[in-house]
Design a protein around this ligand. Structure first.
Ligand SMILES: [Zn+2]
Length: 236
């Protein structure tokens, strides 16, 4: 409304609403929309809010250098390239093939792309010397955990003998990798599950047969999550 119109209009008995009050509601709505848009952009895009990446994509980009990224060649049987948009759990497996290396297991998954023998893979394989190999990015599904393939990250673990128990070096890497993933995805040790918890399959065998060993592993993951969170909170 212009000043001219205002003066031209005859005065009424009731008090006229001041112009700032008329503008208040639209301004409030605009402010809420703006704050909401900034928050959504910041949450989705990370630092700067410029990149519209999902959390799994960002975690993939932040993988530490102790992870040996030896990604499988995209193929229908072990790396189908289907996106994962959220990660709600970390699933632990055992390879079931005593004394085989992380590399051998990774190469087996790679070979499935050629043989087409079966559908199988995992995001990570942890080896007998504690080495960590990544086969499938965490923002893509791996064929490992049945109906939970689409919202979990999977770790296949090597073991020296038929019992399926992890050796000390392997176990230490499993704990560290699992905790690192939990911190990045905002998960707790309660979100660390076994293949067994998804399908009832006896995997990882030793940790299905020995509930105390599984509980101890989860306790160690819990402690490691706390240690990582504390260290990162202190900017180390
Ligand atoms: Zn399994």
């Amino acid at each position: 409304m212009t000043e001219q119109n205002k003066t031209a209009r005859p005065r009424r008995g009731t008090r006229k609403e001041p112009p700032w009050r008329k503008a208040f509601l639209p301004l409030l709505i605009a402010a809420v929309v703006l704050v909401g848009a900034v928050l959504v952009t910041a949450l989705r895009g990370g630092p700067g809010g410029l990149e519209h990446k999902t959390l799994p994509q960002r975690v993939q980009a932040e993988l530490p250098d102790w992870v040996d990224q030896r990604l499988l060649t995209p193929n229908e049987y072990s790396r189908p390239g289907i996106p994962v948009t959220e990660v709600n759990a970390v699933v632990i497996h055992y390879v079931g093939n005593p004394n085989t290396s992380a590399e051998a297991n990774r190469n087996y998954f790679e070979g499935l792309g050629i043989t087409g023998e079966t559908y199988a893979s995992s995001n990570f394989v942890v080896g007998l010397e504690g080495e960590v190999i990544q086969c499938v990015p965490v923002d893509e599904i791996a064929y490992c955990s049945a109906q939970r393939n689409s919202d979990t990250v999977s770790i296949e673990v090597c073991h020296p003998d038929e019992t399926g128990e992890f050796n000390d070096d392997t176990r230490a890497s499993v704990v560290h990798l699992t905790a690192w993933l939990c911190v990045r995805f905002g998960l707790t040790a309660e979100d660390v599950i076994r293949h067994y918890d998804v399908t009832g399959k006896e995997c990882p065998m030793y940790y299905v047969r020995h509930e105390d060993a599984w509980a101890a592993l989860k306790t160690d993951v819990d402690v490691e999550i706390l240690r990582l969170r504390t260290a990162e909170g202190q900017g180390k």
